[in-house]
Design a protein around this ligand. Structure first.
Ligand code: DGL
Length: 257
C-alpha cells in the first residue's frame, strides 16, 4: 500500500516556494504539488474578492490533482480567503499569517516592524492578530512593500534593488528589535533585511506553518525522496522547460536560506 502523502501548496507566485522548501526539509517523503497563480500575480494590490476567487480556484485545482491537504503559502490569500476555503473544502487547509506572535513574545515592549503586502496590511485579520498579541504593548509599525514582490518575481535579489525599495517606504530608520516578514516573497530577501536592520531579529512564519502541517496530517515514516510538480494557474509546468528551471532556481535559493 502506498501511504505517501500528496500535499498541495499555493501562492500568487514564487514566494510560496520558500515554504515548500521548509516542508521538504522537514517532511521529505511526500509528493508536493505547487500552484503559482502566475496569471494573477501580484495578489497584494488586487481586490479582496479577486484574491478570494483565485484562491478558491487554486484549491479546487489542487484537490482535483489529489492533494490531501493544502498549504496556503501566501499571507495575502490567507487573510482574504481562509475562512471561506475551510467552509468550502473538507480537507485540512493550513494558512499563513505574519509571525507577530513570536515577535511580541521575544521582544515585549520592543520596536517591531511588520512588512507585508498592501492587502494584508489593510486586512482585518492582521489588526485582530495585533490587538490580541500586543494588548498592553506599543503596536508594531506596519509597512506595505509591494515592490519586493515584483523584484522577487523578476529574480532581482541584489542589494542595489532591495535597498532603495525599502528606503522609499521606511526612510533611514534602522532601530528595530524585530522585523516580521509577512509575505512569503520577502523571505528571499532575508539576508538583505538583516543587513538593513543589523540589530533586529528577522522573523518569518515558514517553520511554524510546516509544523502546523505536520501536526494536522499524519506523515507515515515511509522513506524515499520528495517529488514536486509545479503548476502555473492550472497549467502543468513541463519538466525540463525554462519555466521549470525558473521554479527550480527559486527552490534552490529557498533551500539555501
Ligand atoms: N506571497 C504572497 C504573500 O505571502 C503574496 C504576494 C503578492 O502576490 O502580492 O502575501
Amino acid at each position: 500500500m502506498n501511504d505517501r502523502r500528496t500535499i498541495g501548496f499555493l501562492d500568487s507566485g514564487a514566494g510560496g516556494i520558500t515554504v515548500l522548501a521548509a516542508a521538504i526539509r522537514k517532511l521529505p517523503a511526500a509528493d508536493y504539488l505547487f500552484y503559482a497563480d502566475t496569471d494573477h500575480v501580484p495578489y497584494g494590490i488586487r481586490t479582496p474578492e479577486e484574491v478570494a476567487s483565485y484562491t478558491m480556484d487554486a484549491v479546487r485545482f489542487l484537490t482535483g490533482r489529489g492533494a490531501e491537504a493544502v498549504v496556503v503559502a501566501c499571507n495575502t490569500a490567507t487573510s482574504m480567503a481562509i475562512r471561506s476555503l475551510r467552509e468550502a473544502f473538507a480537507l485540512p487547509i493550513v494558512g499563513m499569517e505574519p509571525a507577530v506572535k513570536p515577535a511580541a513574545v521575544t521582544h515585549p515592549y520592543g520596536r517591531i516592524l511588520v512588512c507585508a503586502t498592501p492587502l494584508t496590511i489593510g486586512g482585518e485579520k492582521l489588526h485582530t492578530l495585533i490587538d490580541r498579541n500586543f494588548r498592553d504593548m506599543p503596536k508594531p509599525d506596519l509597512v506595505p512593500l509591494p515592490e519586493l514582490v515584483e523584484l522577487a518575481e523578476e529574480e532581482r535579489f541584489d542589494w542595489d534593488s532591495f535597498s532603495p525599495a525599502l528606503d522609499r517606504v521606511i526612510g533611514a530608520d534602522k532601530s528595530y528589535d524585530a522585523v516580521v516578514l509577512g509575505c512569503t516573497h520577502f523571505v528571499y530577501f532575508r539576508d538583505s533585511f538583516q543587513r538593513r536592520f543589523p540589530g533586529a531579529d528577522i522573523i518569518d512564519g515558514n517553520e511554524g506553518t510546516v509544523n502546523r502541517l505536520a501536526d494536522l496530517v499524519p506523515f507515515p515514516n515511509c522513506g524515499g525522496a520528495s517529488t514536486i510538480r509545479f503548476f502555473e494557474s492550472g497549467r502543468e509546468v513541463t519538466v525540463g522547460s525554462g519555466r521549470e528551471k525558473r521554479c527550480l532556481r527559486f527552490l534552490e535559493r529557498a533551500s539555501s536560506l
